[in-house]
Design a protein around this ligand. Structure first.
Ligand code: FAD
Length: 308
């Protein structure tokens, strides 16, 4: 047996060589998709967005659906600005967001989080809907979505509902979506100076040990700090946010907020990092992310150089 096959055998629960088969269902409209999901037996039908997580789960026998419902034909591959709100269809590839100059300028933290997901090829498939649906504790996007107060628009048998992303996420592979519900879009209520930073063992094709998202929102409470790499999932650290009382907190306040975040975060030790290493990272990264976010704020009029 080659070492590659032996390695595959070690990591996969499905024996090598066993064919995976499922029926691919491609509804033409969102209503048809919901109807098909509502009619499926529990656990028998999985939803496919970009497939970058689901197909690996199927390959590695973490999921064994009899049917896979593709969202390919859903009219959800869009990005539009409504005033200063950004609305992103759940099946839009991340790469389209990455290439959008306005996203980069107005939501720099979101742009950074997206830019650092896997490779360009992966981002050409992966979607925001799938990232929320997977709810990975190591996701780079979820801390930023939480910090930006993103809302999730959900379509189901009883119509449409909308909730803050923080209320939709539960734990790894678990959200508050009902069995026949789909994520239709994500709404970012406003442009915001924001920053995303991560630490990984390897810069590409690796999962972040810690992710730090900071944002300054127009509505109170203005400062948002959210962390990834936590169990059971990314979350906001309101105790650390409370230390920041102005748009431009002092270095001391930034330091105190970073220490508070490091103290409160619920890290665990795993193969990527120990709990204490993660805590040390957070103490440094939160301070840097806050300062970067402050540097990204429009300068007060008096501080600008007069134009000639
Ligand atoms: C090599 C590799 C590198 C990666 N690197 C990173 C990284 O650096 N950072 C990072 O954060 N992630 C990374 N990922 C994870 C992955 O790319 C993301 O989680 C991706 O955003 C998932 O989107 P998708 O559309 O491919 O999801 P899918 O695989 O299609 O779906 C994921 C889950 O969400 C559900 N789902 C999908 N769309 C919807 C919807 N519209 N409504 C309801 N449920 C839905 C599916 O049923 C499934 O349970 C990596 C993955 C791979 C394979």
């Amino acid at each position: 047996m080659s070492s590659l096959v032996a390695h595959r055998k070690a990591i996969n629960r499905r024996p090598v060589g066993v064919r995976v088969s499922f029926q691919l269902v491609q509804p033409a409209t969102p209503e048809e998709a919901v109807r098909l999901l509502a009619g499926a037996s529990a656990g028998q039908m999985s939803v496919l967005g970009g497939g970058t997580d689901l197909l690996i789960d199927i390959d590695q026998a973490r999921a064994s659906p009899r049917q896979v419902l593709s969202l390919r034909k859903m009219p959800w591959r869009y990005l539009r600005w409504e005033g200063s709100s950004l609305v992103v269809g759940s099946t839009l590839p991340l790469r389209t967001l990455e290439l959008d100059r306005r996203v980069q300028q107005q939501l720099p933290g979101l742009w950074e989080a997206i830019r650092d997901v896997g490779s360009p090829a992966l981002r050409a498939r992966a979607t925001l809907g799938g990232n929320v649906g997977r709810c990975s504790p190591a996701s780079d996007l979820l801390p930023m979505l939480i910090a930006l107060d993103a809302r999730v628009r959900i379509l189901g048998p009883s119509g449409v509902r909308e909730h803050p992303v923080d209320l939709v996420l539960q734990e790894s592979r678990k959200t508050n979506l009902g069995p026949a519900e789909l994520i239709e879009s994500l709404i970012f209520p406003s442009a915001a100076p924001s920053t995303y930073m991560w630490q990984r063992v390897q810069p590409v094709n690796d999962i972040s040990q810690v992710g730090v998202a900071t944002a300054y929102l127009p509505d109170a409470p203005h400062w948002r700090i959210a962390l990834g790499g936590l169990q059971p999932r990314a979350r906001r650290l309101s105790e650390a946010e409370a230390v920041l009382r102005s748009a431009r907190p002092t270095h001391l306040e930034q330091e105190l907020a970073a220490q508070e975040a490091a103290r409160r975060a619920e890290f665990v030790s795993d193969k990527r990092a120990t709990e204490s290493y993660r805590r040390r990272l957070v103490a440094v990264m939160v301070r840097r992310a806050l300062q970067t976010t402050i540097d990204r704020m429009p300068r007060p009029a008096a501080a600008r150089k007069p134009s000639r």
